[in-house]
Structure formats: structure tokens, C-alpha cells
Ligand binder design. Structure first.
Ligand SMILES: CSCCC(=O)C(=O)COP(=O)(O)O
Ligand SMILES: [Mg+2]
Length: 261
């Protein structure tokens, strides 16, 4: 397990979740099936509540945007106001959400609804957030050295806080200085990393971003952020060019600090 030197100017670790702190299988085999299995019942139970109305409104806006961009989705779907038949309207939202999930879309609208649905599952102990065993000790070490640690995930900030707040290792929220989701911008866009640096109050070069997705790594790199690509069991395979280009780790323990902060 080769050590990777973390640049001396690094002040901040920015961490992806799925495939980096947390197994992809937790998201694909536990979180996402929970949504598919409970979606219709959840919408029926909460349809008249403000939070649910806002979620449906956001989905409708996203569907309109998809229509403008000619994406082949069930877009006629999610207008709460034009349907008198509530069951039909709910069915159409279900179709839209399932379509987005089948395409593994990271839209803010989808992620917001998912976060709200997972809340009850975490709070009742039905679901506990999984975290790789090297993650918590490494973050504690970094914090001990005075580094700041932030999360940047496509999952909504609320969903992130649930995952770490109700984790298999207990409440881990104290480990983080803050959370970012796609409200700051998409993870595959360079500008998002500039926005994050500005929000934290540091230079992009002072951030080290850990992710399993090379499109995200490239966007961060283009913004001047340091990156390492995380290879975990079940993550997407890297091609030869990616393996040659990126610093690669299989565990956070490989990251070696020297003289940081
Ligand atoms: C943190 S909530 C569950 C994960 C999720 O919905 C997701 O899209 C994960 O994306 P990431 O950016 O963490 O790879
Ligand atoms: Mg990821």
C-alpha cells in the first residue's frame, strides 16, 4: 500500500461519499431500493404537506427543464395543479422519479425528495449509514493536524447528515466542518470547486478532493484543486490513461501528512 504525500499547503480535505467514504453497495442495495419500495406510499401519506409539495414542485421544474433539453423522460408527469385525480398525479411523480433513478441522475430535485424519504428510515433505525473502516481514524488524524474536513456529495446535505449522523459507528457529524451538495453546482463542473473554495475561504490549491469518479476529479483539477482517486471494491474500473494520470488510493491510510497547517 504505497503512501501518497499530501501537499504541504493543503488545509482542507473535501470528501465524496458514494465510493469514497461509503460502499457503493450501501447506496445501490439499501438506500435506492428503499426509495423504490416506499415511494408511492410516501407520496400518498405526505402529498398535502408543504415539504412534499415543495419536493413535487422542484421535480416539476426539473421535468420542464428536461423537456426544454429534449430529454426522453415522462415529463408531462408532475404537475400537481392540473390533475384532479390525486392517485394519477402521484403515479406520474412515481414514474418521473423512477425514470430519474434508473438513469442514476443527480438532479437536486431527485436528491431532495430522497433525503426527505430516508429521514424516517434512519430515525427509526431501519437504515444505518455505512462508512469504510479506515475513514473515521484518518479523519480524526487530519483534524488533529488542524486540517478542515468537508463533504461534497450529490446526495442532499440533509441526506449526508442522516448518513453520518445515524451511522454504523454512531453520530459522526462532529468530524465535519461543513457539507456541500449540488446546490453549489454539479460535481462534474469545475466552477463548483471554485465556489466551494470561495465558500470555505481558501484557495483551490489548498483543497485535497477525494472521489471515485474521474469526471469529478478532472473538474476539480481544472479548478486547481488537488485530487486523489479512490478505488474501493465495486467502484468503476479506471482505464490505463486514468491510472497513469491520477494519484490512486485504496484506503485513506495511504495519505501522508507532513508539515500541513
Ligand atoms: C449521501 S446520500 C446517498 C448518496 C447519493 O444519493 C448519491 O447520489 C451519491 O453521490 P456521491 O456524489 O456521494 O457519489
Ligand atoms: Mg462518488
Amino acid at each position: 500500500m504505497a503512501a501518497i504525500a499530501v501537499s504541504e499547503i493543503t488545509r482542507v480535505f473535501l470528501l465524496d461519499i458514494e465510493g469514497t467514504t461509503t460502499p457503493i453497495t450501501f447506496v445501490k442495495d439499501i438506500l435506492f431500493p428503499y426509495i423504490r419500495e416506499n415511494l408511492e406510499e410516501y407520496l400518498s401519506a405526505h402529498w398535502e404537506e408543504d415539504e412534499c409539495k415543495q419536493d413535487v414542485h422542484l421535480l416539476k421544474k426539473q421535468a420542464e427543464e428536461d423537456l426544454r433539453q429534449n430529454k426522453a423522460c415522462p415529463v408531462h408527469a408532475v404537475d400537481q395543479t392540473v390533475h384532479t385525480d390525486e392517485e394519477k398525479a402521484i403515479r406520474e411523480v412515481v414514474d418521473n422519479v423512477l425514470w430519474q433513478m434508473a438513469a442514476d441522475r443527480k438532479s437536486t430535485a431527485l436528491k431532495q425528495l430522497q433525503g426527505h424519504m430516508w429521514r424516517a428510515a434512519y430515525m427509526t433505525g431501519k437504515i444505518k449509514g455505512e462508512v469504510y473502516q479506515d475513514v473515521v481514524p484518518a479523519i480524526r488524524r487530519w483534524r488533529h493536524h488542524g486540517l478542515k474536513v468537508y463533504i461534497y456529495s450529490s446526495g442532499s446535505v440533509e441526506a449526508q447528515k442522516l448518513l453520518f449522523g445515524y451511522s454504523v459507528e454512531g453520530d459522526l457529524l462532529d468530524l465535519f466542518d461543513g457539507h456541500f451538495d449540488t446546490n453549489i453546482g454539479a460535481k462534474v463542473e469545475s466552477k463548483s470547486y471554485e465556489n466551494i473554495a470561495e465558500r470555505i475561504g481558501c484557495q483551490p490549491e489548498e483543497i485535497m478532493f477525494l472521489t471515485d469518479v474521474t469526471r469529478e476529479a478532472k473538474a476539480a483539477e481544472d479548478a486547481g484543486v488537488n485530487v486523489a482517486v479512490v478505488v474501493r471494491p465495486g467502484n468503476m474500473e479506471l482505464n490505463e490513461e486514468e491510472r497513469n494520470h491520477y494519484r490512486i488510493i485504496t484506503s485513506f491510510n495511504q495519505l501522508e501528512l507532513s508539515g500541513n497547517v
